[in-house]
Design a protein around this ligand. Structure first.
Ligand code: ATP
Ligand code: MG
Length: 442
């Protein structure tokens, strides 16, 4: 589902300049960062062009971008060396020339004086700007950015030129460009967005679940996967007085459609959410980890203040430890194997018994690449939770078929285990955590 209409702000395009981006030596993180930030304030990015350090190619990229966008944001190619060609190219497209800005030149000279090095003459190149440019200061480096109007067939699109160094670019975008873009919106209009963190549904499942939920005239939906979590964002643009209410209205629709797949609203992680719930419900948690090798405990303890609800646990990797420290029966291991619901249940119960915690969460599985069988292939993982009120014997378990390499299986295992704790604390059956259960051929 794409709502390409209802674009509130100007149409934007992004250009990333640098040979290292085109030949694959550097990942273009600038473009994704900018696109994400623009999306959050309701600005649609129409294109992202990555181009090497050649004058004709850079000019080509600018011409194409300026032809369909009102604001073109570029990064890279602002340095002092001969292969930094952005400003020359922008001036060429704008039909103007570069002019030395004395204030900037002085700033660069002083910078070199301060660090006690002679200034190579070519550094003054960074004080050259296309005529009419409005300079955007760079507090973290020598290359200032700028904004300049590039007249083009009766239109007046704006070029925003930023340095390539991600740290500098980000600061300039956040502090100067985003506020400027927000000021471009008509006085009484504003753009608001809300992000939902979800787990358990794929992007396409989310898309399906939200089909028709948001009237494209009222708001926009976008998805972002930072697997295993996928975030869903709702953006509205409206009169200042209406926007908040409309956003809340649309957020409510998303909440209803997605139900418990939404783990939180805003920027947060599964372990944060689990921590908050444990604290709220005044429950304590212990772990009995086999295939996740301590990752569940690691993630839980990444949250400040986790000592108030996490008591600890056992990394019971060997069968012997499963028996000795968790009380798993020899007969259970012999007749069902270490990767079985029976073993996982005894591990979870054992974690509770050994520690006195209110909840015991257990993981056991085959992370691979070896150790799989036809019956229990690599990725077979069992989660069990022991806690009051679960079935008759206070324990619940399920077999999952996860996928990917060893690291991935461990990560997914920890995520599902945490989701079980979350669901239990929300009063749901942990078996409603269906990650990897549907439509997978693995
Ligand atoms: P400087 O004055 O610092 O040289 P610049 O605008 O010339 O600024 P570049 O030389 O193009 O910037 O790049 C500086 C650094 O930033 C390089 O290490 C480069 O790999 C990195 N970089 C440039 N563009 C990107 C991008 N799109 N994504 C991630 N890193 C980038
Ligand atoms: Mg470069």
């Amino acid at each position: 589902m794409r709502n390409d209409h209802n674009t509130p702000g100007p149409i934007a395009a992004i250009i990333s300049t640098g040979d290292e981006l085109v030949n694959g030596r550097t990942v273009d993180t600038n473009a994704t960062f900018i696109a994400e930030r623009l999306g959050a304030i309701g600005i649609e990015v129409r294109s992202v062009i990555t181009v090497g350090d050649y004058p004709d190619r850079i000019v080509w990229a600018w011409q194409h971008s300026l032809a369909h966008a009102e604001v073109v944001i570029s990064t890279g190619g602002l340095g002092p060396t001969a292969d930094d060609l952005t400003s020359e190219s922008v001036a060429r497209v704008a039909g103007t020339e570069l002019r030395l800005d004395e204030t900037e030149a002085e700033r660069i000279r002083q910078h070199f004086q301060k660090v006690g090095r002679p200034m190579p003459e070519n550094n003054l190149k960074q004080a050259l700007f296309p005529v009419g440019a409005e300079i955007i200061p760079n507090k973290l480096g020598t290359a200032a950015g700028y904004r300049v109007v590039v007249p083009l067939n009766e239109r007046r699109p704006i070029a925003v030129v930023l340095p390539g160094v991600p740290r500098e670019m980000k600061a300039m975008l956040e502090d100067q460009i985003i506020p400027w873009l927000l000021r471009q919106a008509p006085e009484d209009r504003c753009t608001l967005s809300r992000t939902f963190q979800t787990f358990g549904m794929s992007e396409s499942a989310l898309d399906e679940a939200l089909e028709g939920a948001i009237d494209p005239d009222k708001g926009r939906l976008s998805f972002r996967a930072s697997f295993p979590q996928v975030s869903v964002r709702v953006t509205v643009t409206d009169r200042r007085t209406h926007a908040e209410r409309r956003l809340e209205e649309l957020a409510q629709i998303v909440r209803e459609r997605l139900g418990a797949a939404v783990i939180a609203e805003g920027e947060t992680t599964m372990e944060d959410v689990v921590g908050r719930l444990l604290r709220e419900h005044k429950r304590t948690l212990a772990v009995a980890e086999s295939c996740s090798g301590g990752l569940v405990g690691n993630r839980i303890t990444n949250v400040p203040g986790s000592s108030s609800y996490f008591v600890g646990g056992v990394i019971a990797y060997s069968n012997e430890l499963k028996q000795r420290l968790l009380g798993v029966q020899q007969s259970t291991l012999t007749s069902h194997g270490a990767v079985s619901e029976e073993t996982a249940r005894e591990m979870a119960l054992g974690a509770r018994r050994a520690t006195g915690a209110d909840l015991g969460i257990a993981t056991t599985g085959i992370a691979g690449p070896d150790g799989g069988t036809a019956e229990k292939p690599v990725g077979t993982v069992v989660i069990a939770l022991a806690a009051d009120g679960l079935d008759s014997d206070n324990v619940r378990s399920r077999i999952y078929r996860l996928w990917g390499n060893r690291e991935w299986v461990k990560l997914l295992t920890s995520q599902v285990a945490l989701d079980w704790v979350r669901r239990y604390l929300l009063g749901l059956d942990p078996l409603t955590s269906v990650f990897g259960m549907r439509g997978r051929k693995h």
